[in-house]
Design a protein around this ligand. Sequence first.
Ligand SMILES: Nc1nc2c(ncn2[C@@H]2O[C@H](COP(=O)(O)OP(=O)(O)O)[C@@H](O)[C@H]2O)c(=O)[nH]1
Ligand SMILES: [Mg+2]
Length: 338
Amino acid sequence: MNFQGLGKVETADKYIDIAFARANDAANLDREKISEEKLSNPERSKHIEMAKVDAIADALRQHLSHILIAFPKIDDLPEFYQQLVKCTLEYSDLKHALGAVNWADKRISDFRRFYTDKIKRTRDFISINGYRKEYYGRVSSVIKKIKKELEYLEKARKILREFPQIKTSMPTIAICGFPNVGKTTLLYKLTGSKPEISSYAFTTKSINVAYLEADIKFKKKKFQLLDTPGTLNRFNKMNNIEKQAFLAIKYLANTLVYVFDLAESFPLEDQKQLFFELQKFEKPMVVYMSKQDVIDKPIFDAFISDFLDKNKIKYYDIDALKKMIIKSDLESNSLEED
Ligand SMILES: Nc1nc2c(ncn2[C@@H]2O[C@H](COP(=O)(O)OP(=O)(O)O)[C@@H](O)[C@H]2O)c(=O)[nH]1
Ligand SMILES: [Mg+2]
């Protein structure tokens, strides 16, 4: 899913300016085109004014329909993105704004038909101009009526653009744990030297995403790995990235990898508590022990016997993790790639 391609939503005044400039261009073109033809003055004027009416309607409808096509239909989005929309945007405002754009698009189409018809039926020069002016006025007023909605859509676009690009129908593994325990490092160790990383890699602007490819039964299969920061505060206390991480764990992850760091970037008791919190998602969860190169062996052994063994938790090294990821796919073949 990708919202990066959403084009800028301009202001009402800008759209009106664009449309009227197009009308002038169209009129000039039309003047040239019909200069050779033997038309009476009113016929000539009619021709040119109708070219303006069309140009304005075309320009505005092109922009409005682009907005309607480009913005996601919230109800059709995968659950993860629906939830993300609902916690970062005012869902009803977004629906209302898109409805208003749709309304404006239809009004402009109606006005074009109405005034083209009027101009066609008139022979009198003054009426032709009068209808065109009336059309200009009504079209401008329609666009001005959706001024607030256009502003809202531009605001919404900027928020949508910050959404992480995550595939919603690929086997997905979420790497969880406290900050600095080594989640991102593990992500890179697992996915090799050339992972497809989102543009925000190594920053905290978004969830890091990388892919692991494996040959399974002579077919290439891709797995998605997410580096999901956050310590699972209450949802409304989370910052935006933590919310994204929470929703990704809840709606996208098939398996969780929990990273324990005995070098204690964070107190071990807190790390244990988060581990138990994550168990509440009721997803398969395995443990990875980071920073083993700097941990004294007795401390490591004690943790294994006092905590992991006691709770019947197995820990995995990199190779075992890779195998587990690939094996998890063999066991659940219901997931298809995007
Ligand atoms: N010695 C050692 N340092 C590690 C290891 N994994 C991570 N680190 C370091 O721990 C710090 C935090 O790692 P990072 O992957 O950014 O943690 P994250 O915040 O959980 O994503 C960095 O300075 C890493 O270089 C490891 O296995 N051994
Ligand atoms: Mg990180």
